[in-house]
Design a protein around this ligand. Structure first.
Ligand code: HEC
Ligand code: HEC
Length: 376
């Protein structure tokens, strides 16, 4: 008995230490987790309904991944846990930082190997309202399917899912958490699909709808400054703007309350001779249609002051540069969206548009404990 206890405590010591080298990959045909232990504890997840402010659209329900209290809690841990990356040294949260509205402040994301990737990390707020698809190019139809790829991507977390699963199954507390969220009875039943579904449940709950803009327009508890009002009514939104007017027209694609219609468009940032020359073909690769080359998702502008550098490749360092781009009318490529027309941008208009864009920052998101690192 004593010897068993000693062995057991050595085992827990081993699994508790995150600095241990990676466990080897299981041999072909061997059970993935040689221990395949029975898991005890609660196994009935509690259904969770996502409540969002009345002025936001209704959250989209993913029938393939119903939200539960335990699933969301598990997903939050996995999102912040470096156990998910190569050498247990990189987490989703290393590129999606809460204090930057879940982006990373870099033009191009940098993964565990230190090399930059090809695109800019996206803010993962308000995914529950996106009716189209995920990533800049719409390459992922479900949030949970999206989460499979960063773990495997060489330029992101560069890890093998089998190894991640071994670590999760052998860990001290994850098996109980998987049981609580998905009802599994043995460690060997824990799957990649459960892990990414839990992460997606957590991501689904990250809602940003408490900015100065929301408080002015929907809650009537604050007022716009004159400059913000001018930026909103006369420049950003498009109500009553005659066709062909000298007007920024941002609202065509970034309308309230989402501030991004999530459709795929060419907003004229790339100077190419033909539709075949885009360095990143974006939505064209996903749809398979040449006329979609160079189109990217018009994402949300909520918290935009915090999420620079801007565009799918982080080409603009500041919002001033973004405004200069739109004012120029962009590059004339045959599939450039007709709503990108160029407009006169005086210093006064620029300041007003910036003031308005700054009103979309939601400070409460940055410290909301429901979304913060559970290990701190
Ligand atoms: C190396 C940095 C990096 C890491 C690590 C990383 N991401 Fe990302 N994330 C990105 C980049 C870059 C994009 C844009 C990808 C694209 O368009 O191809 C992105 C996009 C996303 C999106 C799409 C958001 C939207 O609105 O479509 C989600 C969701 C997301 N990441 C979740 C995760 C999760 C979950 C993990 C961990 C399993 C993770 N990310 C790890 C950089 C990273
Ligand atoms: C025709 C639709 C359209 C219009 C009009 C439009 N945008 Fe965009 N916007 C997009 C698309 C598409 C993207 C993504 C492009 C990319 O990454 O390659 C984007 C991206 C952005 C980004 C970067 C988002 C990020 O997370 O990096 C900002 C900022 C932005 N737009 C602001 C504006 C402003 C301000 C206006 C008005 C002056 C405006 N947009 C008008 C379609 C549009």
């Amino acid at each position: 008995m004593y010897r068993f206890l000693l062995l057991f405590s050595l085992f827990t010591l081993f699994v508790a230490s995150s600095c241990e080298p990676d466990p080897p990959l299981p041999c072909e045909g061997c059970p993935v987790d040689p221990e395949d232990r029975v898991i005890t504890g609660p196994s009935t997840p509690t259904p969770f309904t996502l409540e969002v402010p009345d002025h936001m659209p209704r959250p989209i329900v993913d029938e393939t991944n119903p939200l539960t209290v335990e699933g969301i809690a598990l997903g939050r841990r996995l999102f912040y846990d470096k156990i998910m990356g190569r050498d247990s040294a990189f987490a989703c949260a290393d590129c999606h930082l809460q204090e930057k509205a879940f982006t990373d402040g870099r033009a191009l994301a940098v993964g565990v190997g230190g090399q930059p990737g090809t695109r800019s990390a996206m803010s993962i707020v308000n995914l529950a309202f996106n009716p189209t698809a995920f990533n800049w190019d719409g390459g992922q139809l479900k949030i949970w399917e999206q989460a499979i790829h960063p773990v495997e991507n060489m330029l992101e977390m560069d890890e093998d899912w089998e190894r991640v699963l071994v670590r999760l199954r052998r860990s001290e507390d994850y098996p109980q958490r998987f049981r609580a969220a998905f009802g599994v009875g043995r460690t060997g039943e824990i799957t990649r699909e459960m892990a990414v579904k839990a992460i997606a449940q957590f991501e689904h709950t990250i809602v940003s709808a408490d900015s100065h803009f929301d408080r002015v327009v929907y809650l009537n508890s604050e007022f716009f400054t004159e400059e913000e009002q001018f930026g909103a009514d006369s420049l950003f939104f498009i109500e009553n703007v005659p066709i062909g007017a000298d007007h920024p027209g941002c609202g065509h694609c970034h309308n309230a309350p989402s501030f991004g219609d999530n459709l795929f468009k060419n907003n004229g940032i790339e100077d190419v001779a033909s539709l075949d020359d885009f360095p990143d073909k974006g939505f064209g690769v996903v749809s398979g249609s040449r006329s979609d080359n160079g189109k990217f998702r018009s994402t949300t502008l909520r918290n935009i002051a915090l999420t620079g550098p801007y565009m799918h490749d982080g080409r603009f360092a500041t919002l001033e540069e973004v405004l200069d781009h739109y004012a120029s009318g962009g590059h004339a490529v045959e599939n450039k969206d007709p709503n990108i027309t160029g407009f006169t941008l005086t210093e006064e208009k620029k300041a007003a548009l910036l003031a308005f864009l700054n009103s979309l920052t939601d400070e409460s998101l940055l410290t909301d404990e429901r979304y913060s690192n559970p290990f701190e």
